[in-house]
Structures are given as structure tokens and as C-alpha cells.
Design a protein around this ligand. Structure first.
Ligand code: LLP
Length: 418
């Protein structure tokens, strides 16, 4: 269900007019619908039915505490990729026993913290990491629960930067050589084999690559069983795509049904790590038009949000829908490139968009809930945006706009020379 509607020329998120939020809190501003996030998570949860499962929200998609807390209350587990994400999940009330720890570069410190916290599982990405985890676990005398991330060598058919399941990617261990690594793991004193893990990419718009990957992983699980290694859970990662423009990704329920069918009657706990599909279309970025500028045949709308706030168009040529927050019946419609104030040619939010706008108008950049705020930076010394969560007709600031003091925190000048 869409959580955006236009009433009397005003764009609403649930029952709050976006223009009123911009007036009160300024721009750029990220705004999320609490109901939309909950609905997406519950779509996963409900489609699982009788299937033993754990939905581990991928924190990297949007790590704001209020979002993590909302999901924790709905029963979510979490997929983390750093010690910082672990601290956030715990601060937001997430349960340690529902955390899986992914990522190719877990440091000594992060592994120690995760072991002491008692997380559900480490998703191991290399033999070297396995050895390191064994060694740290032994020194702490804690048993480390592990699964190995296998690389099933399937083409996810997505953008090369966010495709992870092919042999040439840095992720996981080649599925054809992983049996020996499992056998080695089973000989170690301080690791306990829990599962098999894979994640083949992000923004997938077909079910087929997921099922391909799962079939290969199930064959591996059979071979492990023959070798006397039993597996409790299958972690299929995240990656379900969303509609940004005209993509037609499967509905969450259809995606889960296909996976459950593929699993058949196997007694495995199914773990998923969805990020984007839970938050992307639950959030927007609000921005104000600072200037309109013509250069030759081109027209630019220079807005107050930039690539430091929303990097996806610059980094992946991502297309995000952009519309006016309030109808402007006075302005004529023109085709604009929507660009930010950052000194980079790549600083754009959208290209060649037809809009009827004047200086001072507000724009709504859609599908900004995932990998928006989470990938923001202070480039050009720009404070990061305010974040607001709307709960039906009430708005809550969940992260204050950064201040000048925030921008310079921790910095100091060199002492004067004597
Ligand atoms: N699990 C693992 C191991 C991952 O690497 C990822 C995403 C996920 C789960 C969550 O995938 P999702 O359900 O969100 O597709 N910044 C890029 C996306 C990078 C995704 C990286 N890994 C973007 O803005 O498109």
C-alpha cells in the first residue's frame, strides 16, 4: 500500500503534509513512515507461516536507532557488518541472540565484542577469518557459532557494484571448495557449525537467481550431511529489489513462497537478511529549490540536498522519482537536471525531469529510505540532514540535524610553534 497521497495539491506521507514538516524542521530532511516500515517487515514475517525462521534486518540499509528499535519490537533479528552496527543494535534494544555478523573484514576487536555479546552466528567469509575466530574464541574460552558464506557463482543480474555472488567477487568462499573448509571447521575446538550462508547481490528483481543459489546451497548441505556435518540453518542473505521506476520485483510474499517451496520439508531454520525491501520505499528526502539556472539548452534546479545526503544517483546512476511537494500552478513546466551544491559534476539527484517549479519550492525525492542517510557524509562540510519518523498523523524527530559543533567534533589545531 502506498503511504504517499496528494490532497488539495499537497503531498502527504500517511496523514502528515510534507510541507508542514519542511516548514518546521527545515530541509534537507529524511522522512519515514513508521507504518510502511512495519508493513514491509510483517510481510516477511507473515509469509513465513509455519516455517522456522529469523528475519535479520540488514542494518546497513538504514541504521537509525528508532528504525532498529521499531524492528526489534516487531521481533526482528539483525544482520550487522561492523562493531559499530552491533553497538547500535544493542542500544536500540535488539537481542544479541538474533544477530548474524556478515562482512569480509571483521577485526580482532569486532570479533571479541561479538563473542562477548553472544551473537547468533558469524557469517565467515574466508579461511583466514575462520582461523582468527577460532583463536580468539579459544583465548576467551567461548564457543563461536559459525556459518560459512558460500559463493554459489550465480549471476544476480543486477548492477555490477551490488552483485556479490559471482566467482570474481570478493565475497564468500567458492561453493566447490567449501566442503574442505567445513571439515576443517568441524575439527576446531572453539567453533560450532550452525549454518550455511549466501548473499548473491542487491536489488534483484527476479526470484530465479535466489532459487538457483538456494538449490546449489541445498546440494552442499546434502554433501555436508554425508560428511557427518549437520546444519541447523540456511541463511539466504538479502537482496530482494524494490520498485524505483518501473521495475517489477516479486512481492515479498511470492518471494518467500518460492523459497519455502524450494526448501520442501527440510528441517532447516530459514534466515533472511533483507535491508532495502524493508525501508527503501518507506522513506523520502525533502529538499528545497535554491536556484533555477539555465546554461545553453540545459536547465538546472539547484537544490539544498546533495550527493553527501543521497549518494545513490552519483555512485550507481540510480534513478529516484522526484516530485513537487506542493502543486505550483503559476510555474511553467520545464525539463531540469536536479543538482546539489556540492562541487562535483557527479552531484545530481535526477536528470531530465519535467517539473513546474520556482525558487523556494520543495521537492520530494522518493525511495530514499534505504542506503540514503546510511551512506551520507559531511563532504563539503555539510551537516547531515534531520530524520523524522511519521506515525500516522504525528511526526517525531528521530535524529537531529547536525550542528556546526558536530561538524568539528574531535578536531584540534596544532600547538603554536615555540
Ligand atoms: N546481507 C549481506 C551480506 C549484504 O551484503 C547485503 C547488502 C544485505 C544483506 C542486504 O541487501 P538488501 O536486502 O538491502 O539488498 N548501497 C547499495 C546497496 C549495497 C548492498 C550491500 N549489501 C545501494 O544503494 O544500492
Amino acid at each position: 500500500m502506498s503511504h504517499f497521497s496528494r490532497r488539495d495539491g499537497q503531498l502527504y506521507i500517511d496523514n502528515v503534509a510534507l510541507a508542514s514538516l519542511a516548514a518546521e524542521h527545515g530541509t534537507p530532511a529524511y522522512v519515514y513512515s513508521k507504518t510502511a516500515i512495519s508493513e514491509q517487515f510483517l510481510a516477511y514475517q507473515n509469509a513465513m507461516g509455519e516455517q522456522n525462521h529469523l528475519i535479520c534486518y540488514a542494518v546497513k540499509a538504514n541504521c537509525s536507532l528508532a528504525i532498529l528499535n521499531l524492528l526489534a519490537k516487531l521481533g526482528a533479528g539483525f544482520d550487522i557488518v561492523s562493531g559499530g552496527e552491533l553497538e547500535r543494535v544493542l542500544a536500540a534494544g535488539g537481542q544479541a541472540q538474533k544477530i548474524v555478523f556478515s562482512g569480509v573484514g571483521k577485526s580482532h576487536e569486532e570479533i571479541t565484542l561479538a563473542l562477548q555479546t553472544g551473537i547468533h552466528c558469524f557469517n565467515i567469509e574466508s579461511l583466514a577469518e575462520l582461523e582468527r575466530i577460532q583463536q580468539i574464541a579459544q583465548s576467551l574460552d567461548i564457543i563461536a557459532p559459525i556459518s560459512i558464506r558460500v559463493n554459489p557463482d550465480v549471476d544476480a543480474g543486477t548492477h555490477p557494484y551490488i552483485s556479490t555472488g559471482l566467482k570474481e567477487n570478493k565475497f564468500g568462499i567458492d561453493i566447490d571448495s567449501v566442503l574442505a573448509v567445513y571439515q576443517h571447521a568441524s575439527s576446531l575446538s572453539h567453533v560450532m557449525i550452525k549454518g550455511v550462508d549466501c548473499h548473491i547481490g542487491s536489488q534483484l528483481t527476479e526470484v530465479a537467481p535466489f532459487i538457483d543459489a538456494m538449490d546449489r546451497v541445498l546440494l552442499l548441505i546434502d554433501r555436508l550431511a554425508e560428511a557427518g556435518i549437520s546444519i541447523e540453518h540456511l541463511d539466504l542473505g538479502g537482496g530482494l529489489g524494490v520498485r524505483y521506476q518501473d521495475e517489477q520485483p516479486p512481492a515479498i510474499g511470492d518471494y518467500i513462497r518460492a523459497i519455502r517451496q524450494g526448501l520442501g520439508t527440510r528441517d532447516l531454520c530459514l534466515i533472511l537478511e533483507p535491508g532495502r525491501s524493508i525501508v527503501a520505499n518507506a522513506g523520502v528526502l525533502l529538499s528545497k529549490v535554491e536556484y533555477l539556472k539555465a546554461a545553453g539548452d540545459k536547465r538546472f534546479a539547484i537544490v539544498d540536498a546533495a550527493m553527501n545526503d543521497m549518494l545513490r544517483p552519483a555512485l550507481y546512476q540510480a534513478w529516484l522519482d522526484i516530485e513537487t511537494v506542493s502543486d505550483n500552478t503559476q510555474a511553467s513546466t520545464d525539463v531540469y537536471d536536479i543538482v546539489g551544491p556540492v562541487c562535483e559534476t557527479g552531484d545530481f539527484l535526477g536528470k531530465q525531469r519535467s517539473l513546474a517549479i520556482d525558487e523556494g519550492d520543495l521537492l520530494c525525492i522518493h525511495s530514499a529510505g534505504a542506503y540514503g542517510m546510511a551512506m551520507s557524509s559531511n563532504y563539503n562540510s555539510r551537516p547531515r540532514a534531520v530524520e523524522i519518523m511519521v506515525d500516522n498523523n504525528v511526526a517525531h524527530v528521530i535524529r537531529a540535524r547536525e550542528t556546526k559543533a558536530d561538524l568539528m567534533r574531535g578536531e584540534s589545531l596544532l600547538p603554536d610553534p615555540r
